[in-house]
Design a protein around this ligand. Structure first.
Ligand SMILES: Nc1ncnc2c1ncn2[C@@H]1O[C@H](COP(=O)(O)OP(=O)(O)OP(=O)(O)O)[C@@H](O)[C@H]1O
Ligand SMILES: [Mg+2]
Length: 436
């Protein structure tokens, strides 16, 4: 970077960069096109916070969705902005502000990475659109709700929690505590697309929706989604009383550092399948999982648990505890194709509000970028990127396990002690499904 530009970085920001840098709101969310200058602005915002809160026990948090983003963008901008104001310790991943507090650097790949940092005054998440809903919920519970000022900067990636729970409601006039700043790449005077001729040329070259997302900073569906046929209007229904004769099975994905997941699937006599419940949490022992599974079985007459086959010991533990558990068929391609078909034919739906992490994972469960595979490979023959797919795996297990269910007898009579069980109230499928 030339001296002239470095001068500019420090003294001359665009209006919207200034809005980010000088925001004192409880929560500031800046969604912009790529290379707008949001990370640069985020670093200056954090610098202001470290100069606002100057007690020795004041802590600050900077979170990136990956080590690479931290190393290549957040950290260098911050260290540049803080030159002469403190010391960086790479081994401890902290920056100690001279006569002030401490800045902690973390990544969102580990949901527990932010546990145990007390007295956080300000937190900045860069490329926050890549955080999972699970990480965001932890972040909000531990940091934002404790009065820390929060800045999220990001490009839009997909229609995930950031769109559904933050940006969309804000645009509808809700969330008064959130300040939303939106900007396109070309609003940065140093961006090549600031030149209208270059902008037009790029616009003509690119798919319009992709252009709007990458440079315009507008939200849209991610490219290469595995379940691109999912449609909230068609595949999400208001919870209703399930009809007489509905069968219930559950799927299990083990996890300790990663979240473990249990989902309950209802299959009506007409063969429509509903995702009706989801458990999603990290740090779960097998004993915890047995307890949760038993709780689920108290609410629904779950016939069996189809489980991630990688942990036979855990499956055995379920069985020893009286839960009927079996290994799931773990053919990824077969499972995805079958589940895709269920979604597309609208024979798979989810009860609104019951499976939030599934909804979030579905919006990011994607195939590798076309440039990542060879000329002879077809995208659909590839396997999806193996990340944030805990509930997606469970969906596959359940769909393959339910394929021949209508030909089988229930493993045990569908009998429940739950007062909510419609079986006991004897509603027919016709009577109940109309409520959707
Ligand atoms: N006010 C400014 N004056 C001069 N150059 C700037 C300014 N703000 C940002 N830049 C330069 O513009 C480029 C993009 O900035 P930055 O990395 O902050 O953008 P970004 O929106 O975070 O980009 P990305 O989408 O790649 O994460 C960088 O080279 C940065 O140095
Ligand atoms: Mg950036």
């Amino acid at each position: 970077m030339s001296e002239e530009i470095e001068e500019n970085v420090l003294v001359c920001h665009s209006d919207k960069q200034d809005e980010i840098i000088f925001s004192d709101e409880e929560t500031t969310v800046a969604v912009t096109g790529t290379q707008f200058g949001k990370s640069q602005a985020g670093a200056m915002w954090m610098k202001r916070q470290t100069h606002t809160y100057t007690e020795a026990n004041d802590n600050f948090l900077m979170v990136a969705p990956s080590y690479k983003i931290m190393q290549q963008s957040m950290l260098p901008y911050f260290l540049d902005a803080m030159r002469g104001f403190g010391e960086y310790s790479k081994s401890d991943a902290v920056f100690k502000v001279h006569s002030g507090g401490t800045v902690f650097f973390r990544t969102s790949t580990d949901p527990d990475s932010i546990v145990g940092i007390p007295n956080v005054r300000a937190a900045w998440g860069d490329e926050a659109g890549k955080f999972t809903l699970y990480f965001w919920e932890n972040f909000r519970a531990r940091i934002a709700s404790k009065g820390a000022r929060t800045l999220l900067t990001t490009s839009p990636y997909t229609l995930n929690w950031l769109w559904k729970d933050v940006v969309k409601p804000k645009l509808q006039g809700k969330l008064p505590e959130v300040k939303l700043i939106r900007a396109a790449s070309w609003e940065n005077p140093y961006h090549t697309l600031h030149d209208p001729v270059k902008k037009l040329r790029e616009q003509q070259r690119m798919d319009p929706r992709r252009f709007a997302m990458v440079y315009g900073g507008e939200f849209g569906k991610m490219q290469g989604l595995v379940y691109d046929c999912w449609d909230d209007d068609e595949n999400i229904v208001k919870p209703f009383e399930l009809p007489m004769g509905t069968r219930y099975i559950a799927g299990v994905d083990w996890g300790f550092n990663d979240p473990a997941c249990i989902k309950v699937r209802a299959i009506t006599p007409l063969g429509i399948q509903y995702g009706i419940s989801e458990f999603f949490k990290s740090g779960q022992t097998i004993a915890d999982m047995v307890r949760i599974a038993k709780q689920k079985r108290l609410t629904w007459p779950i016939e069996k648990f189809v489980c991630d086959p990688s942990q036979p010991g855990a499956i055995e533990e379920f069985n020893r505890n009286g839960l009927v558990a079996e290994k799931a068929t773990n053919d990824i391609r077969l499972g995805i194709d079958a589940h895709y078909e269920l979604i597309k034919s609208r024979r798979y739906k989810e009860f609104k509000g019951t499976c939030p992490h599934s909804q979030d994972e579905r919006e990011t469960y994607h195939y590798p970028e076309p440039e990542d595979f060879g000329p002879d490979d077809k995208q659909k023959e590839q396997l999806p990127v193996d990340a944030n797919n805990h509930s997606m795996d469970v969906d596959r297990y359940l769909t393959l396990a339910t394929r021949h269910m209508h030909r089988e007898k229930p493993i045990r009579p569908s009998k429940s002690t739950s007062p909510f069980d419609p079986i006991l109230r004897g509603k027919s499928e016709k009577q109940t499904e109309n409520f959707s």
